[in-house]
Write a protein that binds this ligand. Structure first.
Ligand code: BTN
Length: 329
């Protein structure tokens, strides 16, 4: 992407017309540079109105992420912990950013690193999939959390993060949201948000989780068409342009509460609540295992580590949250 593309969009974020000459003057660069940047903006799927004699206008600019607004919307526990929040214009993947910078000292969660991006150019989803989003149309962020216990004690972590997202959505009166095991967030049957957790550290010693969250806010038709599954976004659901900063503030507060409780009590503490949000509880489903084999059964809760119970032709078995996918019959 052209390095002037996002700065120009920030300039046009006032919704007013800006002439080419004033843009050139502002950035002290050539006409050719600006025209390359405008091509790049177009390639992002962003439409600018161009009027002869007036210049360019971004009629429906995004509400940019702003760390002050996010932090003002934190609701709890901020006296105990401190969020180190970085907002980037563009990055390959916020998870990769935190994983690459693991060496930054973080033995205790007194500083919790969070990175959010306006645009991810190589967002990653579960099972090696791509996570698609465009500039400002989603909330894409990652948070790093240090655990004193090893990776083996972290089963169920991704499920509790799903609970945090559901709690926040419900608190904003967004109804009919549910979870699909292990951690997809659905609105009816369409995917609204996803979670990608990547663990580093020792099996028994200490460990670190990079928790990546993507929530669709206002996906373009181009992005929707690229995604090979039913997706939705908060604008489609509510008809409103919800401020990502407000949701991020609320979500960071909820994540903090939930991670502290998860460390203390483990997944078992959340089991009942998780099942209450499960879209497929009691439903007949197919489960595709990593080896490609497919199991048919009726969903019958989860166990204390977050494994899914299915009642199958050969009995009631549990399946762990590895590379499995679930679809309703
Ligand atoms: C999934 O449902 O497949 C998980 C999607 C997770 C997407 C988020 S967006 C922020 C973070 N950075 C990434 O590259 N992925 C996660």
């Amino acid at each position: 992407m052209n390095i002037y593309a996002i700065p120009i969009l920030r300039l046009l974020g006032d919704g007013k017309f800006h002439s080419s000459a004033s843009i050139i003057e502002h950035f002290q660069c050539s006409r050719r540079t600006i025209s390359k940047a405008l091509e790049s903006i177009n390639a992002l799927g962003i439409h600018l109105t161009k009027l002869r004699g007036k210049g360019y206008c971004w009629e429906r600019p995004i509400l940019w992420l702003n760390s002050d607004v996010v932090l003002r919307n934190l609701t709890s526990n901020i006296n105990l912990r401190f969020f180190d929040l970085i907002i980037l214009d563009s990055i390959d993947s916020t998870n990769d950013f935190l994983l690459k910078n693991l060496k930054i000292q973080q033995e205790k969660n007194t500083h919790i690193f969070v990175v959010a991006a306006e645009l991810q150019t190589a967002g990653r989803g579960r099972l090696g999939r791509t996570w698609y989003s465009g500039l400002g149309d989603s909330l894409t962020f990652s948070l790093r959390w240090h655990f004193n216990h090893g990776i083996s004690a972290l089963s169920g972590l991704s499920l509790v993060i799903g609970i945090a997202i559901i709690r926040v959505l419900i608190s904003f009166s967004i109804k009919d949201v549910s979870l699909k095991w292990p951690n997809d967030i659905l609105f009816h049957r369409s995917k609204l948000a996803g979670i990608l957790i990547e663990l580093r550290g020792e099996v028994l010693g200490s460990s670190c989780a990079v928790i990546g969250v993507g929530i669709n806010f206002n996906l373009s038709n181009k992005i929707k068409a690229t995604i090979e599954q039913e997706v939705t976004d908060l604008f489609t659901i509510t008809g409103e342009y919800i401020d990502r900063n407000v949701i991020l503030g609320a979500l960071l507060s909820e994540l903090l509460d939930i991670l502290i409780a998860f460390e203390k009590y483990g997944f078992v503490h959340f089991k009942k609540e998780w099942v209450s949000y499960h879209a497929f509880e009691g439903k007949r489903v197919y489960l595709t295992l990593p080896n490609g084999s497919v199991i048919e059964g009726v969903v019958d809760g989860i166990n204390d580590t977050g494994e899914l119970f299915l009642i199958t032709a050969v009995g009631r078995n549990s399946y762990n949250a590895g590379d499995v996918s679930l679809r309703i019959k």
